[in-house]
Design a protein around this ligand. Sequence first.
Ligand code: ZN
Length: 363
Amino acid sequence: MAAAYLKNCLENPVRIACGLRLALFLLLVAGPLAYANPGKFFQLTRLSENVFVALANEAGEETANCSFVVGSQWVCVYDSSQSAEAAEELVRLIRSVTPLPIRFLVNSQYRGHHTHGNQVFLTQESRIVSSRQARLDMINKDMPQLQRYQQVLPDSIERLKKDLRTTPAGPQAEELAKELARRERIQNQLNSLKLVLPEIAFESSITLYDGEQEILVASPGRGSTAGDAVLWLAGQKIMFAGDLVAQKTIPDLEDAFSREWIETLLVLEKMKPEVVVPTTGAIGDDSLLSETRQYLTELRKTVKQYLDKGESLDAVLQNCQLPAKYKNYRDTDFYPNNIEKVYRELQTEALTIGRPAPPAKQP
Ligand SMILES: [Zn+2]
């Protein structure tokens, strides 16, 4: 993790000052930086004496980073990953560190790669916590989506198998085989999935206390979804930011509120975290917050320039290229979708001028 992070810094000199700050933090506080235990889904990394991150393996499986804080009496976990199988591996990693009960599981938001491991934590008698909005989104968005997947996946898998049989060996057949494996994996996960809703939901924040350990779970405003929650360890200045930030990755704006996301990131930046754990990729510092904010700000500004000239969405999509500095980011194919999302948001904002959404709340 440290090697990847420092490589990142060396490739981008602007980050060196912050990078040194994080490296010093890790050297002074963290002790051993990583366990030599690459699993199928995660690699466990120790961030401080009692804070651990299960970094999601980047190849193959679709999950998010998960984290846990070991208190004096119990453990609090941040995100349960995308499947029971991955969550079982996460629990094994926790058990390799501590026998303490896993009292709380926090879901950072509603989407499946943060919540579909929840059922495993029932066996640990954990209490699941999320923002009220994330819980609502699990009911109103994730459940119907799962039902749709269950209806369409079997047919789509059969169609892919048929296409694969008639496609000559080569790159196209390899792509089809990869997609087939992905859909079959999702179907297997769906067959064993039980969606478990949080039983504790909060409006804007909740604080969990374990002796002297204080854990703030806060949803300061809308962002990558309507109900993202960060986990904040003020004493150690460590922030788990979920999908609100991503390391060298173009974010997925499908469920996002770009204008409010920028406000939310500003609130989080004011908390001055020294370590920020993103949803995917390596651990970073507060520059992850500002980089994500900068991406969103630039995207909105670019699209607005076209919109102000009366350009159609098609024209914007044709003329608007991904800025060169993001060319090496992952998930660059999200960029056209991001343009479309922001274009529609700006159109709506133009119609509702004078009635802006409420500003982000201070956690
Ligand atoms: Zn996510």
